[in-house]
Design a binder for this molecule. Sequence first.
Ligand SMILES: Nc1ncnc2c1ncn2[C@@H]1O[C@H](COP(=O)(O)OP(=O)(O)O)[C@@H](O)[C@H]1O
Ligand SMILES: [Mg+2]
Length: 339
Amino acid sequence: MATHAAVQEARGQAAGDPSIVVEGLRKSFGKNVAVDGLSFTVHPGEIFGLLGPNGAGKSTTLSIMAGLIRPDSGDVKIGGHSVIRETQRAQRLMGVVPQGLAVYEELTAAQNLDYFAKLRGIEKKRRRQEIEEILELVGLSGVAHRKVAQYSGGMKRRLNVGIGLLGRPRVLLLDEPTVGIDPQSRRHILDSVRRLAESGMAVVYTTHYMEEVEYLCSRLAIIDRGRVIAHGPIDEVRALAGDAVVLRLPFPRGVLDEAAKVESLQNTLPMPVEVTSGELRIVLPQGSRQAPAVIEELQRHGVPLDGMRLESPNLETVFLSLTGKALRDGKAAEEGAMA
Ligand SMILES: Nc1ncnc2c1ncn2[C@@H]1O[C@H](COP(=O)(O)OP(=O)(O)O)[C@@H](O)[C@H]1O
Ligand SMILES: [Mg+2]
């Protein structure tokens, strides 16, 4: 008979005590519900993905987890300690990489790390070794003594991640750590996160790039406007798309430029249609057999069909078919392309 642990493992969940327990989080700002009943657990060595578009509630969730803002209800336990009742004990176990850059431009990377290490109360002897290890991990050893002001955006982001690693935390929270950076720095950050998890860290990784979740995470929650729209092991979440595929057409400029035409397409087709700055995407819930009818409709609207293609289900398809909208805009999609 399968043990409980074996069953958990088969479900993509590690056995043993979770490092992170998030239970029934809710948080509103006035009438705006930013987080609406979010629960998940993360075990040592696991990378949990929190995937959602802008305004989904990712940063609010992470700020609550980091003990920076209080939820209206629910709790977060880090290594068994409540971030509400035992804030400092919980905070000592975790590293946080905020969405905004929190580095001093006038200092070097080494000086930044030294400064934040002192703030964390890391003693001198350990500090030096830890800083060297971190610089190595984030790939900044060669430029450690250069002023951050001279760094590229990607290098600053890597330093931002490095600062979150001070004190060798058991739990790491990352808030969109790769937004708007070059593919090489991005790959570097993703690989560093992977290595940290392999060494036993429990990681929560928020992003609006589904490729990052595909690359890193064993389990995830997809959130939209505070609500969890899908949650579980990545294969199970992907399967929620069912037979759905997405018909993608490069944006037919000059043909669909008029908002009225887009709207009439959205009204005549019985499925979600999304127009991003780069293309038209249409979810076919029953799969490619729906393509001929849709293509006929597009032709009736005078949409050119050059470069049309069908995409097999992925997390983006899940998001599109559950919410009827794209996870990100066209510009972000280009930035998000994996190298
Ligand atoms: N301090 C705040 N005051 C008022 N509204 C806020 C505040 N922080 C976030 N919000 C709102 O809460 C929602 C979720 O925001 P956020 O957590 O930043 O989303 P994400 O990080 O996924 O983009 C948004 O509608 C945002 O405008
Ligand atoms: Mg955010």
